[in-house]
Design a protein around this ligand. Structure first.
Ligand code: ZN
Length: 435
């Protein structure tokens, strides 16, 4: 495993390298982004042609943006795509026209509550063009002036790009780990998710795994629909997963529950926070969110949760130009990565054992128990005794290692190691994983 400092340095380098790229649900910015991520952690990059039917959706035309601006009568560019790609309404069709302020105004979008911020707006599924600008910029415009609006873009048949990689485990279950690639220069939502996904993929690909992890990076909504429609059979067997979103803000760590609220994913995440002794905000499942809406929908019902740091909707700069590299930090990102890793380690260790002896096993004669009995207060080694006795006591074929941890407050890793000692001594047997 890389050291924490190396992880933070790698996260920082990726954040800075990827931030300026103009991403959308399709187009060259997404391809460039995935290519850069793949240099840190390789995965397959796939293209799905415009017009492809996927369940109730159709892959749209591909969007390419080269330049966009609004210039005043003197030719001075007052709204400039090159200054911030958030300035252009994502999926804008081309335009090149002179017009009055009143003609231009319906195409201008601001965020009056945050007057210095450029809002992020999209028009994926209807033809439109527009610019986003700060309320302050709008108020500085001459209402009697004439303007030239120019968007040099192409909307034409092409393809939607996504990436995936399956890390095969030695047995166990399968989990999906996804993130979305469609937001332009916005740091917490969701460049941070892309970077965490990449570092998590690299880290897990260096480990021996019991479970299988299916990593997916695709544009939000349409990408998960495309992915599910193209991997329908494989996705039916997935036991749970995560959508990685908004993971590097300055605020509190958070967790958005799966649609079930009590699934193994929910329990593993709560246990991870307990073991890391980290305070967090828990958000109930709501339908407003991200790709869990598709992964957990009626046809698949995969319990999918999100560990975040400054969750989407919850911070003032959400979906604005102020969600930039000053708002996020690589060390916050790695803090969230630690929680994902701990939750996955808990999933890896979580098995159910069945006792093979009636009554308490005699641990002492197998060297599994302190040889001097009768201590009246907890002493050195008492934790080990508590752990191995708990592992033996709860080996009822129903209570998993995670369940024992929840009942006893003991860490999953120690309980799993104790259970394996009991199994090696022939005192318990591991149950096969349920799909
Ligand atoms: Zn978003």
């Amino acid at each position: 495993m890389k050291s924490r400092d190396e992880m933070v340095a790698d996260a920082d380098a990726l954040l800075h390298r990827l931030f300026p790229i103009c991403r959308s649900i399709t187009g060259p910015g997404v391809r460039e982004t995935l290519a850069v991520m793949g240099r840190t952690a390789p995965f397959a990059i796939r293209e799905v042609a415009s017009g492809t039917e996927c369940f109730d959706w159709t892959v749209p035309d591909e969007w390419t943006i080269r330049d966009a601006y609004v210039a005043d009568a003197s030719g001075r560019r007052i709204i400039e795509f090159r200054a911030s790609n958030v300035h252009v309404l994502s999926y804008s069709e081309p335009v090149d026209r002179e017009m009055s302020f009143d003609e231009l105004l319906p195409h201008l979008h601001t965020h009056p509550d945050l007057p210095a911020a450029i809002p992020y707006r999209t028009a994926y599924y209807r033809r439109a063009w527009g610019f986003c600008l700060s309320q302050e910029q709008l108020e500085g415009m001459d209402r009697n002036g004439r303007y030239r609006a120019k968007i040099d873009s192409t909307l034409a048949p092409g393809s939607l790009t996504y990436g995936d990689r399956v890390l095969n485990g030695s047995g166990g279950c399968e989990y999906v780990i996804s993130t979305y690639s469609c937001h332009p220069s916005l740091a917490n939502d969701n460049l941070s998710g892309l970077v965490l996904w990449t570092l998590l993929l690299r880290e897990l690909s260096s480990r021996q795994l019991r479970h299988t992890y299916r990593f997916v990076v695709a544009p939000e909504t349409i990408g998960s629909v495309v992915y599910l429609s193209q991997h329908r059979d494989a996705m039916r067997d997935v036991a749970g997963g995560f959508v990685i979103s908004t993971v590097a803000g300055p605020g509190k760590l958070g967790y958005k529950q799966t649609y079930r609220g009590d699934s193994q994913i929910d329990r593993a995440v709560r246990q991870a926070f307990r073991e890391l002794q980290t305070d967090f905000v828990e958000y109930p499942f709501t339908i407003l969110g991200s790709d869990e809406r598709n992964f957990s929908g009626p046809a698949f019902r995969i319990p999918v949760g999100t560990i975040c740091k400054d969750k989407y909707y919850e911070y003032a700069y959400y979906h604005t130009s102020l969600d930039d590299l000053r708002f996020v930090s690589a060390s916050s990102l790695v803090e969230t990565l630690d929680v994902y890793l701990r939750a996955i380690e808990i999933l890896e260790a979580d098995r159910t054992y069945t006792s093979l002896v009636a009554g308490e096993p005699q641990l002492g004669k197998r060297g599994l128990y302190t040889s001097i009995g009768g201590a009246v207060s907890p002493q050195a080694g008492a934790d080990d005794v508590n752990t191995i006795l708990s592992a033996a006591f709860w080996a009822d074929g129903k209570t998993s290692v995670l369940g024992i941890a929840e009942r006893t407050g003991l860490p999953v890793g120690a309980l799993a190691a104790a259970s394996e000692k009991l199994a090696s001594a022939g005192l318990v047997r591991a149950e096969p994983d349920l799909p």
